[in-house]
Design a binder for this molecule. Structure first.
Ligand code: ATP
Ligand code: MG
Length: 569
């Protein structure tokens, strides 16, 4: 491609609204342009990278035996009503009407469409298992679209759906996708982890994994073991229970003491000169409208997902001040487990305490020498807290460390959630009707672009790894007015291209400084500069990543490049 007529509108400064490095660089390097919040045009360079990632995804999905299809973005509302998601999905679902006033939605995901398709087309066990995928534009009216392609409202996703005869079959389909995802993200040169995630009521053990690219801009917290390969997102992460030496102690009866105007853990620890782990913290929640108390140590936070799963509730939220007052008889800040008549969920770390300080359920009072098990019941003990860094790994002797992650992919065991409700059934070998067992598997293809840039850049711009680079080689004649240079550049351009190398030829009549700056910003991995050495058939070879520079003969440069490109696919 010739840069003089190619649409690469580079900018010296990034627009002020761009926060994430990847967003700034993609705007500056002319890869994308925003049309509306969370809605982008891919310019030629951005589109080329998108296609490369798409190709990798497609190759690995095909290799795993999935079949590509393309489903409509526009979907009748009835379908969503049938699955019950028309209301549940909420404002993220973009709704519209046609000229006959019929309601439609723009697909944020395709469980409904694909399940109906398979329901109608697949009836016999002989046709199963089947895994259908597509690469398609998705629409989600995100509350906070941001960070460029990382969280868009219109974005490109690969979504796949597997249909199996039974749960063992689903297991095979699931792990085949898991393996394919590992290959995909490895080929995209990403530093990532597959982490256990919360599957809610369905899925069971290993029911869902998220593929997380490690990056500070990531919106998710993941806990990984420093010793083994345990990794889970914060919602799901568990810790081995704290070790406690058995102690034969007698704890005297709990005692009320005056704590005027002290409402927070910080105020309490400060005024008493104690550590937060000596405190028993009590929070009142509403689980499907019913009040429950959740008790964790003062230095821990309640994990609402764990509470929700334990209770089998649909919805869990912190109770308002009024409810708390009604349930505890005291304003917020003085709740404690002693004497409560609502269910009390006790975190295992609290159950292991010998005694602690808690609220007294009375304004301006706390209790000391509160003994779990003696002073409040431990029937509902479990893991109800978020892990913290330094906690012990649930699998080995290692400790947990936190990272921030960008979720680029997600594999999920759906079970019969959609096949049941939408009637996707097959006839087994005995002619009996059975419900298909489903899995779904997504990759945010456009999000992957940003994730790659988050991990591959420096202060001068992007640094594309060869397998996903928009072009393999940036060929730069220092002066287009110099005939010798231009002749050699043209010769190289033809020769490399006929060997299957993708070349961007900077044939612009610009100062060398401008060309080199743009080249660094765009981040094509190999730069060939045709300058003074042109007369002797020599060119300058430079790696964008290391900055290593070397003068080579044209032949040597071509041989090296062709080898590198071959090895990269
Ligand atoms: P998130 O927690 O980031 O909102 P999600 O759980 O809603 O993601 P899924 O429904 O599992 O995501 O979608 C599959 C994949 O699509 C995600 O793993 C992610 O890579 C991508 N994705 C989801 N939402 C967006 C978005 N708004 N912009 C770009 N990619 C997205
Ligand atoms: Mg989402």
């Amino acid at each position: 491609m010739r840069q003089s007529t190619y649409l690469v509108p580079t900018l010296r400064e990034a627009p002020a609204e761009a926060e994430a490095v990847s967003h700034k660089l993609m705007l500056r390097a002319g890869f994308i342009r925003q049309l509306a919040a969370g809605i982008y045009t891919y310019l030629p360079l951005g589109w080329r990278v998108l296609r490369k990632v798409e190709t990798i995804v497609r190759e690995e999905m095909d290799r795993a035996g999935a079949q590509e299809i393309l489903m409509p973005a526009m979907q009748p509302a009835e379908l969503w009503q049938e699955s019950g998601r028309y209301q549940v999905y909420g404002p993220e679902l973009i709704r519209l009407k046609d000229r006959h006033d019929r309601e439609f939605a723009l697909g944020p995901t395709h469980e409904e469409v694909v399940t109906t398709l398979v329901r109608n087309e697949v009836r016999s066990y002989r046709k199963l298992p089947i895994n259908l995928y597509q690469i398609q534009t998705k629409f989600r009216d995100e509350r906070r679209p941001r960070f460029g392609l990382l969280r868009g409202r219109e974005f490109l996703m690969k979504d796949a759906y597997s249909f199996d005869l039974d749960w063992e079959g689903l297991d095979r389909s699931y792990w085949a996708m898991y393996d394919a995802y590992n290959r995909i993200f490895t080929r995209c040169c990403l530093n990532f982890r597959a982490v256990e995630a919360d599957a809610g009521a369905i899925g069971g053990e290993g029911g869902t994994h998220e593929f997380m690219v490690l990056a500070d801009i990531g919106e998710d917290t993941i806990a990984t073991c420093t010793n083994c390969d345990y990794a889970a997102n914060l919602e799901k992460a568990e810790a081995a229970p704290g070790r406690q030496e058995y102690q034969e102690v007698t704890v005297s009866k709990y005692e009320k003491f005056h704590t005027p105007a002290i409402r927070t853990i910080e105020q309490l620890t400060e005024s008493l000169g104690i550590e937060p782990q000596q405190l028993i913290k009590t929070l009142i929640y509403l689980a499907d409208g019913q009040p429950v108390a959740v008790v964790v140590r003062g230095d821990h936070e309640v994990n609402e997902i764990k509470v929700k799963n334990y209770l089998g509730a649909d919805h869990v939220e912190l109770a308002d001040a009024e409810t708390t007052q009604k349930v505890t008889g005291a304003p917020v800040g003085f709740a404690g487990p002693v004497g409560l008549t609502i269910p009390i969920l006790v975190d295992q770390e609290v159950a292991a305490m010998l005694f602690g300080i808690s609220g007294a359920n009375e304004r301006d009072y706390h209790l000391k020498n509160v003994r779990p098990g003696r002073d409040f019941p431990l029937e509902k003990t479990g893991d109800f807290r978020n892990v913290v860094e330094g906690d012990r790994c649930p699998r080995c002797e290692g400790t947990l460390k936190f990272y921030r992650g960008i979720e680029v992919g997600h594999v999920f065991k759906l079970g019969t959630k959609y096949s049941e409700i939408l009637g996707a059934k097959y006839l087994d070998a005995n002619g009996q009707e059975q419900v298909m067992i489903m899995g779904c598997y997504g990759i945010g293809i456009s999000r992957v672009l940003s994730a790659i840039v988050e991990q591959h850049h420096d202060e001068n711009g992007m640094i594309w790894p060869l397998p996903v680079a928009p072009f393999h080689v940036h060929l730069i004649p220092v002066s287009v007015k110099d005939e010798t240079q231009m002749k050699l550049a043209e010769e190289l351009y033809g020769r490399l291209r006929s060997a299957g190398v993708e070349v961007l030829l900077d044939d612009r009549d610009e100062r060398p400084g401008v060309k080199f700056k743009d080249a660094d910003l765009i981040g094509i991995p190999i730069r060939l500069t045709v300058g003074k050495g042109a007369a002797e058939g020599r060119v300058e070879y430079k790696e964008r990543k290391t900055g290593k520079q070397q003068e080579l003969t044209v032949d040597d440069a071509c041989t090296r490049i062709v080898e590198l490109v071959k090895a990269s696919v």
